[in-house]
Design a protein around this ligand. Structure first.
Ligand code: PHE
Length: 496
């Protein structure tokens, strides 16, 4: 077997994990999830989900990747031949995310250009809808949106260029892409908080709404947001951990990455909701209405508002969107890398071939979201793949590790390497707590979603979402049955 590629220096791994975790999930998805769930109702379930699923599962994925040295399918296969499918399942889910993540990235690239002239003017909401020329419903695709298409191609070229350079290259890019955005978000938050009306926005964001905790869709969204934001359940972290040196620290990296990710999402929320408060005050509208009407485009309507109000707005806007792009790119390449690693390891292919196998279909399918009806589809696919796809994968992971492989095996491995020892709580989470929470959420949301179609979309469009969720394990099963290169089955214990 080829010697496994390694991160080039010690800090590279934690930066890479941060680079993957911190992305559009923090700056774009988190705020609109908060808004969709009525503001202050969201933070408590979110923190709960972070502790009960986020941290244990991240530990688990680091442990598997590092112990069994492979991208997800092969790592699971080495743990137990029957489990290979679990790995592919995560890869399949991440592939779905790859297809639309690149489109949101393309919006950001367009906004970078618009920032030069502050083209969005004062009516940033109208500008966004006009920019996407959103069709009336998912049944009207309309044509391709040319500016988005151009940016979509550019985005893919950048991602491919970075991945081609291999793991050593990744290590260098992420240092910049992980840190710089934080500084910008702090500046935006400070400006946001000092705006007129900001307090009402912050109140909406931060004051806990205990009544809403009874609504189970809030919990589902919180868990799926944690999965999305921490890059969990998609094999990315398994693949990344497999590139670590044999004597790497694991557990402290889990805490650094998960807490930093949550902190950055929180910061983005501060900037967004203080500005939403300002927008509401300007329009004489209620904060909840302004936040709720933004939908999936919320961040793109709100960030430009606060940018308008900064000294040197255009320059600031350019820097901000540049950073949003870098933030998104390292997440997108981690998604692609997870799949590329899987294909490479399974069939012992070269990086280039595997990259072509993953990115060509990823690009082509993504074109659906570049159409005028794309926003509706993005909304549906995002909802289903995160709300069901990822949560199911997380559950399957817990069952595989908790009940088949044995959580103490992973824990022993992690503890053998790390300064911070992982206690028995880990076994308890993986065996009981996390799966129980996930099953509970799945069952109740199934009932809710069957009763009341999500987002008012027609049933046939939602069925596409359901079909996708069902297809994920089928595809995973088929892939796991394909012939494996014999190199993948030679387990080399001592590598570095
Ligand atoms: N965590 C990334 C974000 O927050 C998205 C992502 C999901 C990346 C899954 C890798 C795997 O934007």
């Amino acid at each position: 077997m080829k010697k496994r590629e390694n991160w080039s220096w010690r800090g590279a791994f934690v930066f890479a994990v941060l680079g993957s975790a911190v992305g559009l999930g923090n700056a774009w998805r988190f705020p609109y999830m908060v808004a969709q769930n009525g503001g202050g109702a969201f933070l408590i379930p979110y923190i709960f989900a972070l502790l009960t699923a986020g941290i244990p599962l991240m530990m688990l994925e680091f442990g598997i990747g590092h112990k069994f040295l492979g991208a997800p399918p092969i790592a699971y296969r080495r743990a137990n031949k029957k489990l290979e499918m679990v790995g592919w399942w995560g890869n399949a889910a991440s592939f779905v995310i790859i297809t639309y993540y690149g489109v949101v990235l393309a919006w950001a690239i367009n906004y970078l250009v618009h920032a030069l002239t502050l083209a969005w003017g004062d009516d940033t909401t109208g500008f966004f809808l006009n920019f996407l020329r959103v069709s009336e419903g998912p049944h009207i695709l309309g044509g391709l949106n040319v500016p988005v298409l151009i940016a979509f191609v550019i985005g893919w070229i950048m991602v491919i260029a970075i991945i081609r350079s291999g793991v050593t290259g990744l290590g260098k890019v992420v240092v910049f892409t992980a840190i710089a955005p934080v500084i910008l978000l702090i500046i935006l938050s400070i400006r946001g908080i000092t705006l007129e009306g900001a307090l009402a926005g912050l109140d909406y964001y931060l004051s806990p709404n205990f009544a809403a905790l009874a609504d189970l869709t809030v919990w589902r969204d919180a868990y799926s947001q944690v999965f999305f934001s921490l890059s969990l359940g998609m094999g990315v972290l398994i693949a990344y951990a497999s590139y670590l040196p044999r004597d790497a620290e694991l557990s402290n990296n889990v805490f650094i990455a998960s807490l930093a990710d949550a902190g950055i999402a929180f910061l983005a929320g501060l900037a967004i909701f203080s500005t939403v408060g300002y927008m509401a005050a300007q329009q004489g509208a209620a904060v909840a209405d302004v936040a709720g009407s933004g939908g999936i485009g919320l961040a793109f309507m709100v960030f430009p508002q606060v940018i308008n109000l900064l000294p040197g707005a255009a320059a600031f806007g350019v820097i901000f969107f540049l950073l949003l792009i870098t933030l998104a790119i390292d997440s997108q390449f981690s998604l692609v890398e997870g799949c590329v690693g899987a294909v490479m390891d399974k069939w012992n292919l070269s990086r280039g071939t595997a990259l072509a196998i993953v990115s060509l279909p990823g690009f082509l399918i993504g074109l659906v979201f570049v159409t005028n009806g794309g926003l509706h589809w993005l909304d549906i696919v995002d909802k289903f793949v995160n709300g069901y796809g990822l949560i199911v994968v997380g559950l399957v992971e817990c069952i595989a590790i908790g009940w088949i492989i044995g959580p103490q095996k992973i824990r022993d491995h992690v503890n053998g390497l790390s300064e911070i020892k992982v206690g028995k709580w880990f076994d308890f989470c993986v065996k009981y707590l996390t799966p129980a929470a996930l099953i509970f959420i799945l069952v109740f949301n199934l009932i809710i979603d069957i009763k009341e179609p999500y987002g008012g979309y027609p049933q046939w469009a939602l069925n596409v979402g359901w079909a996708m969720v069902i297809l994920l394990p089928i595809v995973a099963f088929i892939f796991s049955k394909l012939k494996t290169a014999k190199e993948a089955d030679e387990f080399v214990e001592e590598q570095s």
